[in-house]
Design a protein around this ligand. Sequence first.
Ligand code: HEC
Ligand code: HEC
Length: 269
Amino acid sequence: MKKLSARRRHPLAAIVVLLLALACTGGLYAVFAPADKAQADETAQSLAIDEGKKLYAVGCASCHGTGGEGTTDGPSLVGVGAAAVDFQVGTGRMPAQQPGAQVQKKKNIYSQAEIDQLAAYIASLGAGPSIPTEEKYRDEGADIAKGGDLFRTNCAQCHNFTGKGGALTHGKFAPSLEGVSAKHIYEAMQTGPQNMPSFPDTTLTEQNKKDIIAYLNAVNGDETVDPGGLSLGGLGPVSEGLFGWIFGLGSLIAVAVWVAARTAKAKKS
Ligand code: HEC
Ligand code: HEC
């Protein structure tokens, strides 16, 4: 007994106790901590899915069904992928409100963290395009001229030559692409919202998409790209030609009618 208490007062005793305590906590940590990072990611992922499922039940299930199978008020979301959710909710289209020809953009009511959780849940229902990483839509390494060509062949028929937007049939329209974030442009091409066709990587490669985004950034950020002539909102050559046709020819006809009326009057008197 005496021996032990004497040892306890030994100057090294405190250090021995400390080392023992550290070894114990280390051991406990090794036992209870997740085995590796992959497993930690997996738990984070399943937590996100659980949270997303809850948000979904409150905000989306009434139209898209309790398990995303769809109802008469909304399509099935199985297999639309995380990118579709990030686009639809991020641009404020979803949750949809009043019915109409086309679901409109409005103020987004979810935080990006919540959108990620919703997206994780929908992605867990069936494989689909995932949310692009930033390097896919950054300007770096993009060819703007090529992007312009691709835009004119694939997008301009609906969105106009400089992305100013235009009307489609039955009260639908292709919106202006000004001020739309690069990520959302990428996702729109991946998922083809509503009346827009989708452009999977087999149609437009990742590099093609990058080029188109860089082109849009260039024309929208820089007003000097205007090709010249009277600006009619960048309506494009057909509409500008039509404008000239109607107004130019219209005024010539008006003059002709006026001259004819004058000469007829002059003859009578
Ligand atoms: C009032 C009904 C309604 C609510 C609520 C609603 N949606 Fe939708 N959703 C629709 C309709 C209708 C469409 C189809 C629009 C179209 O394509 O014309 C749609 C389309 C979508 C699409 C695109 C599917 C595709 O094929 O690309 C996604 C993704 C989506 N909704 C997610 C959500 C999420 C997430 C929520 C909850 C935050 C939500 N929606 C809430 C009605 C609704
Ligand atoms: C057939 C006509 C059509 C073509 C071709 C088309 N789009 Fe669209 N696009 C639309 C329509 C319609 C919408 C609106 C969909 C909605 O509101 O859900 C749209 C929406 C978008 C949006 C979302 C804009 C916003 O305000 O959030 C982007 C970005 C976009 N298109 C880019 C493109 C690009 C890039 C191409 C070419 C690769 C393209 N579109 C080709 C019809 C088209």
